[in-house]
Ligand binder design. Structure first.
Ligand SMILES: Cc1ncc(COP(=O)(O)O)c(C=O)c1O
Length: 380
């Protein structure tokens, strides 16, 4: 049985064209990019071509793109090096950041490197720009703002450009975790005054274990990973050549078909909202269901039900891959810090479905039919 894969915010299936582009670098093109012979030169050229492709697609300069092991490393680098090299003393962030950001800030606060200030979020996971502006206005020390572009659990989108402009106005550095939006939304980095963004290839049909950090050319930080002179002295370690080539290919494909794929996936999400709302009484959704959320993510909030804790297990048995998320924190289930922060009721069950261009309406029909069946088995 081929699984129905609806967990694309966790990771996406790699595109066949990406695998094709990577294969030569897993076979005959194995040279170390630091070697000065022809095999090394060829892999060096492949990396620089990939960097140029990525920079062009995001309207950045190639010297602003540094390949990393993924989104987590890019987030860590932006946060830690801002403190070590830019003199940042306070970090303003949100309580619904991915752990790559949240735990890094908390770890630095524990060591007394910084003070963290957490913005409030409303029921939809949205921040209040006036609150941010008021805090920024009164900042007395060098400050970094770290606000994700889109939330991976409930999909809430933040106004990246508006936040970037506010940070610029009040002389704060700005990092955005754009892991869920790179390859899904157009980004114009030359016209967005952001200092850092983080990206990860496996969220846009590229390989796992590779990503990049964008560092605005006006910002000077030192490496997070020390070692050789790779990545223009900004990240030691022999490059993951095949994956870097795959990342660039995946991003190119994503932006070639952006509008078409976006419309298609939006259609799937809206169809799922419609069908689930009809099928299950008191069906609700966590996060916005309109344009103010990722078109790839739908976080469903189901009313309490005796089978509630078994939903994901039953879906899995039926070959349906989705993600859990609940606001509760009992036993081994530590719950979702995101759902808790938006005040999602602990007695409802949350399941995140996340879509890609490879999903179909027929798959959604199967999921809804099964959910309906589970719900009607035992009456609440
Ligand atoms: C918003 C967000 N940030 C960061 C990450 C971490 O990225 P990676 O898996 O490449 O380390 C993820 C992945 O789940 C994410 O969704």
């Amino acid at each position: 049985m081929t699984p129905i894969y609806l967990d694309n915010a966790a990771t996406t299936p790699i595109a066949p064209e990406v695998v094709e582009a990577m294969l030569p670098y897993l076979k005959e093109e194995f040279g170390n990019p630091s070697s000065i012979h022809q095999l090394g030169n060829r892999t060096r050229v492949a990396i620089e071509e990939a960097r140029k492709k990525v920079a062009d697609l995001l309207n950045a300069h190639p010297s602003e793109i540094f390949f990393t092991s993924g989104g987590t490393e890019a987030d860590n680098m932006a946060l830690v090096q801002s403190v070590l090299d830019l003199g940042v003393k306070e970090i303003i962030s949100t309580p619904i950041e991915h752990h790559a950001v949240e735990h890094t800030i908390q770890a630095m606060e524990k060591r007394n490197w910084i003070k963290a200030k957490w913005l409030s979020v409303n029921k939809l996971g949205q921040i209040d720009l006036d609150e941010l502006e008021n805090i920024l206005k009164n900042q007395k020390v060098p400050t970094l703002v770290s606000i994700m572009h889109a939330n991976n659990e409930i999909g809430t989108l933040n106004p990246l450009k508006r936040i970037a402009e506010l940070c610029k106005e009040y002389n704060a550095y700005f990092h955005s975790d754009t892991v869920q939006t790179v390859g899904h939304f157009e980004l114009d980095l030359k016209n967005t005054p952001v200092d850092f963004i983080a990206a990860s290839a496996h969220k846009f049909h590229g390989p796992k274990g590779v990503g990049f950090i964008y560092i605005n050319k006006n910002v000077k930080i030192k490496p997070f990973i020390n070692g050789g002179a790779q990545e223009r002295n900004m990240r030691g370690g022999t490059e993951n050549v095949a994956s870097i080539v795959g990342l660039a290919k995946a991003l190119e494909l994503a932006y070639q078909n952006l509008k078409k794929d976006m419309d298609y996936i939006k259609g799937l999400k809206n169809y799922a909202i419609e069908r689930l709302s009809e099928a299950i009484p008191d069906m609700q959704f966590n996060g916005p269901t309109n344009e103010k959320a990722l078109y790839t993510v739908l976080n469903c909030s189901f009313p309490d039900h005796p089978q509630g804790m078994m939903f994901l297990y039953k879906l899995d048995i039926a070959g349906i891959c989705a993600s859990a998320g609940s606001a509760c924190s009992s036993g081994s289930n530590v719950g979702s810090h995101v759902l808790k922060a938006i005040g999602a009721p602990a007695d409802r069950h949350a399941i995140r479905f996340s879509f890609s261009k490879y999903n179909t309406k027929e798959e959604i029909d199967k999921v809804v039919d099964l959910m309906k069946e589970i719900y009607s088995t035992v009456k609440v």
